[in-house]
Design a protein around this ligand. Structure first.
Ligand SMILES: NC(=O)c1ccc[n+]([C@@H]2O[C@H](COP(=O)([O-])OP(=O)(O)OC[C@H]3O[C@@H](n4cnc5c(N)ncnc54)[C@H](OP(=O)(O)O)[C@@H]3O)[C@@H](O)[C@H]2O)c1
Length: 282
């Protein structure tokens, strides 16, 4: 069924029967992969980072400057919250398409776009009162990412290709029921990242998806377990861009979740279900 669907659509990338775990990749598959891989040097690049005023975005902006970026635009809802004097402040609420268009015109020299801005809510899908805040989470984490990609694609093409870095999560791969809307949004953002990568390959744009477990920022201040430092994540992102990586997995959690994706959902979700039952009652 999937095979028939794909054959009728020449653009479709068929996983089909040709790829299975443990297979060696054919030389044709390797050639196809090379078509979507381009590396970008940080030194001399012109970057725009959304949500650059705090947390991971602030660390990414600083890291890019330290690695020789010629200019880093730090986009934030309130420009006065950009405190790093070397970062060029740009006012941007990523959920406002008019502002996105204005910033794309204003920053016509960008060669590296980092879609970092994000929000989370602690809401299970079934018990939240309505869909309003879930829609807002989707708007910021998913639709705005797409709006930014679309607005900046011509700029990146004009500059020779460049790169887009989309900050995703392990929640792109595994549903976290206490933050259901966030998981939905990050899963959708992962899908859009993979589609945008294919669409922009002809203009030479590297599209990188970044998947992390917990990072030590305000977003997860209440979580007391192990977290990766934003600086560490930012360094891995910079290295990934320079290496032409399509995905950057920044911690053990990301590696483990990705490796477990082929499991039956009953097994993959056994511990999450157990934890849910203990905290919410079964
Ligand atoms: N922390 C983690 O454990 C973790 C793990 C995996 C992935 N991530 C992802 O990493 C990214 C950065 O998050 P963080 O951990 O640094 O969280 P954070 O400290 O809460 O920072 C979130 C940033 O996003 C900005 N933002 C939110 N909505 C915005 C909007 N509409 N327009 C412009 N900027 C907006 C915030 O700006 P304001 O200051 O104006 O609110 C802030 O700069 C997010 O995409 C998040 O989902 C985080």
């Amino acid at each position: 069924m999937l095979g028939e669907w794909a054959e009728q659509r020449p653009c479709a990338f068929t996983l089909g029967p040709t790829i299975s775990l443990g297979d060696r990749f054919s030389s044709r598959q390797v050639r196809l992969r090379e078509r979507i891989e381009f590396s970008v040097e940080i030194k001399g690049s012109v970057a725009l980072v959304t949500g650059a005023n705090r947390g991971l975005g602030q660390a990414i902006a600083r890291t890019l400057l330290e690695r020789g970026a010629a200019r880093v635009y730090g986009a934030a809802r309130r420009v006065d919250t950009i405190t790093d004097a070397d970062v060029v402040p740009i006012e941007l609420d990523v959920t406002d398409p008019t502002q996105v268009q204005r910033v794309a015109q204003q920053c016509g020299d960008v060669t590296l776009l980092v879609n970092n801005a994000g929000v989370i809510t602690a809401e299970p899908l079934m018990s939240m009162p309505d869909l309003d805040s879930a829609r807002a989470v989707m708007e910021t984490n998913c639709w705005s990412m797409l709006t930014m990609c679309r607005a900046f694609a011509p700029t990146l093409a004009a500059g020779g290709g460049g790169a887009i870095v989309n900050i995703l999560s392990v929640a792109s791969w595994v549903g976290v029921p206490d933050s259901g809307p966030y998981s939905m949004a990050k899963a959708a953002a992962w899908a859009l990242t993979n589609c945008v990568r294919i669409e922009l390959s002809s203009q030479g744009t590297l599209v990188v998806g970044v998947h992390s477990g917990y990072i030590d920022t305000d977003m997860v201040a209440d979580f007391s377990g192990p977290k990766t430092s934003p600086d560490d994540v930012a360094s891995q992102i910079a290295e990934g861009v320079e290496a032409g990586s399509l995905e950057v997995l920044t911690d053990e959690a990301a590696h483990q979740v990705k490796a477990a994706l082929s499991l039956d959902p009953g097994l993959l979700y056994a511990r999450i279900q157990d934890s849910w039952d203990r905290t919410h009652g079964s």
